[in-house]
Ligand binder design. Structure first.
Ligand code: ADP
Ligand code: MG
Ligand code: MG
Ligand code: MG
Ligand code: MG
Length: 615
């Protein structure tokens, strides 16, 4: 999120008046930053992960697991160590959207040595252990993308009645105390987003049609005090949700990489982009929403629809009003624009942007490709503005740039150096669901980190047209996509046929995840075989190699169907529970037993060979 330092956040009506100012000065702030940083060279390869954790409270008497709304009490305590010794802590704690969430990052980023991979898993584990010191006996911190019953009665502690008709965080299912209570920016962002959209949010996830699900499946939303507004947006045979928290309040894993210079960062941003849907399928961990089994396995679709602040006109549903233009997508979604010169060949999205802002960027000699990216970013409005940000200095501050950049939640993010220039050009890989064990989270972070090394050292080309990446993304979150879907992919990732001058269509093929990861005899080499040949050429100590091998094995076996994704495993637990009635409903007891079981696995008191480490 952008940095907002006071609580005096404008309403959407107020904010709207500053729209042109924010856009112009936000872009100008980027231009100044770019001028200062464009020639920076030889930054070290550094990287780091972000894990979003979930706080849960058990009611053991009634066998209910609830989200524990205490992050505003915990975070100040957790920050004490860092405040006393900013460079000497093992992990750093940051606020998140939900008042049941915390974000933890390593105390220092990792460096270029592969031997750093050995420390990742332990650091992740230590983060949880650190929080546990401050929890009561019925409270836990855990890794789970979303509590299966989030938004059902009894799913939060303390429990407050949702207020669907308020001007605050209006929802049929979740109250405003579920949003961060210490920093109001998330709540204000949600409220302004909904006000800008000028319509209720409509997150519709297809329900998993088990034997006893009625046809059509349709909930009576009046039972949740709907006055008809939500009813009109709820689709048959879908689980309907109406709040930002159903997307932004899901927990994920993100990884940030620093390029040597802006050029390398642009290459990495592009090359990682086609791999986004592949990782979504490989790390899917989120099959249940608001107490129902769904046809999706990850949080991607709910994330996209939970922050769609476009007006009906911008979505193409009504005539455009003054100052409006059609906007293709929500603030969250697939990468829409490649940034490298090579990537530009595959830029096939009709990108909307303001000509004046584009011209401003070009007048300052920002190249065409980057100018289009930034001008496109600034089709969005600020959802979280205050007067301080309006006073920011275009030469030295980046508040208005970050204000839009930080509230545009694409699956990849291109991060310029911060205002104080303490770090370089970075790219962030953002689509993965959090995994339920440290092992899997470490494996995921290291797998992507290793991929960046392999891409750069072998000069791989993973590029495909961005409309195809987007198509892949919409395949990747479907139930069991990892085994059932094929994905558009670059046929010649090692550039062995470049002299043939193939057309883009000829470069494309459709592959299964197994073929992409493990290779396909003769025709496609596979990502893991490439990683192994990279490792063979590196001087890696045997302990590091062994750690990495286990991580590669996880993805190798998930891809080949030998191991389950967390999503598949969660489905299996829930559907084999004695209380499950083949109606796709996950009861309180089922939710409780699942959370307990996952917690035991996280604490290493139970092993689950279907999921990992089954040799
Ligand atoms: P945001 O929430 O904006 O994505 P965070 O500060 O929460 O950013 O997380 C940034 C991640 O980047 C952390 O994992 C951190 O360790 C890592 N990181 C910090 N400095 C660098 C750097 N110079 N290069 C790459 N990664 C870095
Ligand atoms: Mg963060
Ligand atoms: Mg976060
Ligand atoms: Mg988040
Ligand atoms: Mg992040």
């Amino acid at each position: 999120m952008g940095v907002v330092t006071t609580d005096e956040i404008f309403t959407w009506e107020e904010s709207k008046k500053h729209r042109d100012y924010v856009r112009y000065h936000g872009v100008l702030q980027f231009i100044n930053l770019w001028k200062k940083s464009k020639d920076r060279k030889n930054d070290e390869f550094k990287w780091g992960d972000e894990l979003e954790f979930m706080l849960v409270k058990f009611d053991d008497k009634n066998k209910i697991a609830k989200l524990n709304l205490i992050s505003h009490k915990l975070l100040p305590i957790l920050n004490e160590k860092e405040n006393a010794n900013p460079n000497g802590v093992d992990c750093i704690w940051r606020p998140e959207f939900g008042s049941y969430q915390l974000e933890g990052i390593p105390g220092q980023p990792y460096g270029g040595l592969l031997s750093d991979f050995k420390t990742v898993e332990k650091n992740m584990r230590n983060r949880r252990l650190e929080v546990m010191e401050y929890l009561k006996s019925d409270e836990i911190i855990m890794m789970l993308t979303v509590l299966p019953r989030m938004g059902c009665p009894n799913s939060f502690d303390p429990s407050e009645q949702p207020s669907p008709n308020s001007n605050d965080y209006a929802s049929l299912f979740v109250a405003s105390n579920t949003v961060n209570q210490q920093f109001l920016r998330w709540r204000r962002t949600s409220v302004n987003l909904r006000a800008r959209r000028n319509e209720v949010l409509a997150i519709n996830l297809p329900i998993f049609k088990d034997k006893n699900v009625p046809e059509p499946f349709r909930e009576d939303l009046r039972a949740f005090n709907d006055d008809g507004k939500c009813e009109a947006h709820a689709k048959d045979n879908h689980v309907y949700m109406d709040a930002t928290g159903f997307g932004m309040g899901c927990c994920c894993l993100q990884v940030t990489f620093q390029g040597r210079d802006i050029q390398e960062a642009r290459v990495l941003y592009d090359q990682l982009t086609p791999f986004v849907p592949i990782m979504v399928a490989l790390t899917a961990a989120c099959p249940i929403f608001r107490g129902y089994l769904t046809e999706v396995d990850s949080r991607i679709l709910s994330c996209i629809d939970s922050v769609d602040d476009r007006t009906p006109g911008e979505r193409g549903l009504e005539p455009l009003e003054d100052n409006e233009m059609l906007i293709r997508t929500s603030r969250n979604g697939s990468t829409e624009w490649y940034l490298s010169e090579e990537g530009d060949r595959y830029n096939d999205v009709d990108l909307e942007y303001d000509e004046k802002l584009y011209k401003l960027l070009r007048d300052h000699e920002v190249d065409r490709i980057l100018a289009q990216h930034i001008a496109h970013l600034f089709v969005r409005d600020s959802l979280c503005l205050n007067s301080m940000a309006l006073q920011s200095n275009d030469e030295t501050d980046t508040d208005l740039f970050e204000n839009i950049q930080g509230t545009t939640w694409r699956t990849m993010r291109f991060k310029p150096p911060p205002a104080n220039l303490s770090t370089g050009w970075r790219v962030e890989f953002r689509p993965c669901d959090i995994q339920i064990t440290d092992f899997e989270n470490a494996a995921t972070a290291c797998f992507i980190a290793l991929l960046t090394r392999v891409i750069l050292s072998f000069n791989l080309n993973l590029l495909i047209p961005l409309t195809k990446v987007e198509e892949n993304l919409h395949r990747s979150y479907k139930r069991d996509a990892i085994n059932k879907e094929k994905f558009w992919f670059q046929r010649d990732i090692t550039r062995s046929e470049t002299e043939k001058k193939l057309s883009i269509d000829e470069e494309l093929c459709e592959l299964t995840i197994d073929e992409i990861i493990n290779g396909k005899t003769e025709t496609f080499v596979g990502i893991i075989p490439l990683m192994n040949s990279y490792l063979d050429n590196m001087n890696v100590d045997s302990e590091t190699r062994c750690t990495i091998q286990q991580y590669l094995d996880l993805f190798k076996k998930r891809a080949s169907g030998k191991l389950m994704t967390d999503a598949a495993w969660i489905r299996k637990q829930v559907t084999s529970h004695p209380e499950y009635k083949k109606d796709s409903i996950v009861s309180d007891r089922n939710n409780y037993d699942l959370v307990k079981k996952i917690y035991e696995i996280q604490m290493n008191t139970k092993q689950h060979p279907e999921m990992f480490l089954s040799y």
